[in-house]
Each structure stands twice: as C-alpha cells, then as structure tokens.
Design a protein around this ligand. Structure first.
Ligand code: ZN
Length: 122
C-alpha cells in the first residue's frame, strides 16, 4: 500500500479550502490528498493539475517514450471490432458479431466468443 501520488506541480498553490491546512497563524496550502483521483489515471486531483503536470513534464515524457515518425495505419486486417446488434425478435442487443471498420463486413459470433478477450479477430 502506498500513499504516494503524482499530482500537478502547482497543486499546492491553488486557493481552495480543502488545501488550506495548519493552525491559525501558521496556515499553508498543501497538495491535495484525496482517496479518489480521477485524472492522469488516478494520479491527479483535477484537470488543472493534469494540465500543469503536462505543461511541466509532457515534453520530457514524450521524448522518453518516443514519437512516431510515420503515420500508423489501421488496415483491413486489423480493423475488426466486436459489436452487438439489436435483435427485433428478442428486443435485446444479443446479436454478436465481428465488424470490419473499413469494409463493414460482418461475421457472426457466439456470445461466448464475444466475451472471450482472447478472441480479437475472426
Ligand atoms: Zn492537484
């Protein structure tokens, strides 16, 4: 278990009541500690902190993880997605299928195949 959080580099400078701590005469703002952080994959308390983080570290992070130099292509071969269709007989979305995002070809799937994360293309 860890209480370590990332947070934005300016989190402690924002004037909100929940960041204000300390006894009278020795008050200070501190980085937010929240049980639920909804930004940066659970590491920042707000959109502001997420943006502050990216403004300060984004360039370094991108340089570290690399950029692409050529456009990446989604070709017919890897354009299959699992989809569901509405069944007018049962009035439910219980028709399972593979659909190709480029050709729009459809291939039937069973419910088990649809729910199996190992199966990603026909
Ligand atoms: Zn924050």
């Amino acid at each position: 278990m860890t209480n370590e959080i990332l947070q934005g580099p300016k989190c402690h400078t924002y004037e909100t009541k929940d960041r204000l701590r300390g006894p009278k005469g020795a008050k200070y703002y501190q980085t937010r500690r929240r049980s639920s952080l909804y930004y940066m994959g659970g590491n920042a308390c707000s959109m502001n902190c997420q943006n502050d983080w990216f403004e300060k570290f984004g360039e370094q992070a991108i340089n570290h993880f690399g950029r692409i130099h050529e456009p990446i292509k989604c070709t017919i071969d890897n354009a299959w997605v699992k989809d569901r269709d509405y069944n007018t007989t049962t009035n439910e979305f219980d028709i399972y299928l593979f659909r190709n995002k480029i050709t729009n070809e459809r291939r039937p799937l069973t419910r088990e195949q649809y729910n199996n994360p190992q199966i990603i293309r026909p």
